[in-house]
Design a protein around this ligand. Structure first.
Ligand code: PEP
Ligand code: MG
Length: 758
């Protein structure tokens, strides 16, 4: 019997599982029989099934080969151990020496010690992780691609079993995923604010319930017909003229059409049907494999292509199960929160609607493009919540707290009530801030302060008027590159810059040249793997090595200016001669463009960002060589303190309000005054009232921040006697006495005593 199953491949196993699924068994007995059959078929000494519980624990539900006492006792958190890693990433792991894997965690109660080789696959249903299926062997062996395939197919059957609810009563401790329970999850705050709405799954699920085929020929026919329909519908769409040429979505559709004819994809689906699956189960199976590959793919371009396949598979599934082709872009009624594993910045822009209230992402770090765009749009966002998508159902109520990094799914009434209060309170504050808008930006002792805003997309521009900013202190031109599928052409860059200058309507705008490289990845620009990307080939360094890229941008800026004033700022300047080189480049470009008859800027100013510490010892050369400087305190801080700005573990270890960094900032200010060079600061600290207060006290008179920060900073400065604070702060800054208050303590004490809001 053992030989018969082992030698007959996955179709035989699938037939056997089908019989077990249809037979009358008690729930545990059915599961035990299934793991026994899988172990035999895979010639494995161990086969175990872990089921995901509502508390995000993966409980051992059945095992052939591990100690029986550990069933319903052993469990692992999502992300913990090999099993938890598989659940968190939704991809399989195949190891010939499991104990060498960094995530390996030994569970003594299971007696798994002697087993070396390990193959684990996620149990997926409609894109949701429901558990993990594992086989293990003592002997060190490599699992073949066919074995991985067979396990993935088998895992689909287990997904079906879990979804029936039959296993719910077996759990040792908690319930299996319960999609009606409230759930509070803590991740990482990506974008400020609080949003209430209903879940909109970025990848809506099509649930396949019919797994086993009666007759492969019928299923092959169904698959071919559905594929043909899909191909024809794409052809019709492309020929209808409704998608203009040179439009980005046309390129995507053309790629889809090509993929719909992809032989490899078709063959893999046909193979799955031959192994015993229905057409829709075969599509889902290949889609699952594809998703796993997608997540392993480091190249963003190839990852995007795999994404296209995923989208196509979704369309094909809908075709096969007869669902209308509603897509994620068909927005629900009412306010909504987009929930996804991850997404690109451009995809987020597709959702942009006044009813989009928030974003929840399982992956995404604060520096990811999607996070940057969420902040630019002012949409609350939380990231790094492994397993969240599995728990969310389309239409569930959800609250995103982008201030604290918390997401509340299906919130109970009291939680919802307290958030509604919080939103009201915030709205009230905003209203108060709006009243300050027209007041002159003067401290209580009459010192004038320029409040500017940071921007990067055309859609930021309405904020210039709404926030009351005096201009744009930092326009991050790289955002256009980061959200675009291809390199923006010179004409596209020019249109953007002209639009920005038009909507600024005479207010000053400082355009920063491309700050890409390092962690700011632009898919179509050449990338290299660097050991220290933050210290690598980025920003002005990359631009100087790719003069054509820089010249195109300068040309676009010059042409867009059309007789107006133009301010250009260079990121990551390390040596003064870099500024000189760019100045020459600009000069040549101005001559050329003038010859071509283009109207050049009325006045052109060239500035440098001070964000590399080497400039601290070149200020006497730099300041006369530029028209202005702007301190990029985000980068300057990370370099001065040797403390990665994106590393959550270091986030609160040191403070930019500590003496070392404030002394650096003060020295820049003193030098800029000496040389009479205009000075701004445009890092995140400019937008926090308490740190902005410190900046004013050490001499800064111009700050650039996110538009939402302008109200709170203005409220602070209107009630600040900056002269008084300066005396106290400057003497404390040079004080050597360790018993004194720390600078943040001194600032809060001053603010409290003088009734300054911070
Ligand atoms: C900075 O480094 O402070 C800055 C403003 O630039 P970015 O955050 O874009 O690096
Ligand atoms: Mg910077």
């Amino acid at each position: 019997m053992e030989q018969a199953i082992a030698g007959s491949g996955p179709d035989r196993l699938l037939r056997r599982l089908r019989a077990v699924m249809a037979g009358s068994y008690e729930a545990q007995e059915r599961l035990d029989t299934i793991v026994g059959d899988i172990a035999e078929s895979m010639v494995a000494e161990v086969c175990s099934v872990y089921v995901l519980r509502a508390d995000s624990m993966l409980e051992l539900y059945a095992s052939h080969g591990l100690k029986t006492e550990s069933v319903h006792v052993s469990s692992l958190r999502v992300g913990q151990g090999l099993v938890g890693t598989i659940a968190a990433s939704a991809r399989y792991l195949s190891l010939d020496d499991a104990q060498k894997h960094p995530a390996f965690q030994y569970l003594p109660e299971t007696g798994e010690e002697p087993f070396n080789s390990f193959l684990g696959v996620p149990i997926l249903r409609a894109g949701r992780v429901l558990g993990v299926l594992v086989v293990q062997n003592q002997e060190r062996r490599k699992f073949t691609a066919a074995e991985v395939e067979a396990m993935a197919t088998t895992a689909m059957v287990l997904g079906e079993l879990i979804a029936t609810g039959e296993l719910d009563s077996l759990s040792g401790k908690g319930s299996v995923l319960d999609l009606s329970k409230a759930m509070q999850s803590e991740g990482i705050a990506l974008s400020d604010g609080i949003g209430l709405g209903h879940v909109l799954l970025h990848e809506p699920r099509v649930v396949v319930t019919n797994l086993f085929n009666e007759d492969p020929e019928t299923e092959l026919k169904r698959l071919r017909e559905a594929l043909l329909k899909l191909q024809v519908s794409l052809d019709v769409l492309l020929q209808s003229g409704s998608v203009p040429a040179d439009n980005e979505s046309r390129e995507v559709l053309e790629a889809y059409r090509m993929f719909a004819h992809d032989r490899g994809w078709n063959r893999r689906m046909e193979d799955a049907i031959h192994s015993g699956l229905t057409a829709e189960a075969a599509v889902e199976k290949v889609q699952n494999d594809n998703r796993a590959r997608m997540m392993r793919q480091p190249d963003p371009y190839l990852r995007d292509r795999l994404h296209d396949f995923d989208d196509l598979a979704n369309r094909l599934l809908r075709e096969l199960v007869g669902k209308s082709s509603a897509s994620a872009k068909d927005l629900p009624r009412g306010d909504f929160i987009v929930v996804a594993r991850n997404m690109g910045a451009a995809e987020l822009l597709d959702y942009n609607s006044s009813r989009l209230r928030g974003i929840v992402l399982e992956e995404a770090a604060p520096n990811s493009h999607v996070a940057i765009v969420a902040r630019a749009l002012g949409i609350p966002a939380v990231g790094q919540l492994p397993g969240f998508v599995s728990n969310a159902e389309q239409g569930n109520a959800v609250i995103v707290d982008g201030d604290e990094g918390i997401v509340s799914l299906r919130p109970p009434g009291d939680v919802e009530g307290s958030y509604i209060e919080k939103v009201k309170f915030r709205a009230g504050r905003q209203k108060k801030f709006r009243k300050l808008l027209d007041l002159p930006s003067l401290t209580r002792d009459g010192v004038e302060v320029e409040l500017l805003m940071n921007a990067g997309l055309v859609m930021d521009m309405p904020q210039l008027e709404l926030s009351g900013a005096a201009g744009i202190g930092l326009f991050r031109t790289e955002l256009q590159f980061m959200i675009s599928a291809t390199l923006p052409r010179a004409s596209e860059q020019e249109v953007l810059y002209r639009n920005v200058l038009d909507s600024a309507d005479g207010k000053p705008v400082t355009f920063r040249t491309l700050d890409v490289g390092g962690d700011k990845v632009v898919p179509f620009l050449e990338t290299i793997t660097e050991e220290n990307p933050a210290l690598g080939w980025r920003a002005i360094r990359l631009s100087l090595d790719r003069p054509a890229l820089m010249r195109t941008q300068i040309r676009a800026l010059l042409r867009a200016s059309m007789g107006r004033k133009l301010r250009i700022m260079l990121p990551m300047v390390t040596e003064v001669r870099e500024v000189e080189t760019v100045r020459q480049l600009i000069k040549r470009e101005v001559e050329l463009q003038t010859r071509f008859g283009h109207e050049m800027p009325r006045k052109l100013e060239l500035g440098a960002m001070v964000e590399v510490p080497s400039l601290m010892w070149q200020l006497d050369e730099l300041l006369p060589a530029v028209d202005f400087i702007s301190v990029g305190s985000n980068d300057l801080y990370q370099f001065v303190m040797a403390s990665d700005r994106g590393n959550a573990r270091l986030a609160n270890r040191f403070s930019p309000l500590g003496k070392p960094f404030l002394r650096v900032l003060r020295d820049i200010c003193v030098k800029a005054r000496e040389h009479n060079t205009s000075l701004t600061l445009c890092g995140e600290i400019a937008g926090r009232p308490l740190s902005a207060m410190a900046l004013l006290a050490i001499g800064y008179r111009s700050l650039s921040m996110s538009p939402a920060a302008i109200g709170p900073v203005k409220a602070m400065l209107l009630s600040l006697n900056v002269g008084l604070l300066s005396q106290t702060l400057l003497s404390a800054l040079d004080g050597q006495n360790a018993d004194e208050m720390t600078i943040p303590e001194l600032l809060t004490d001053f603010a409290d005593r003088h009734g300054i809001p911070y």
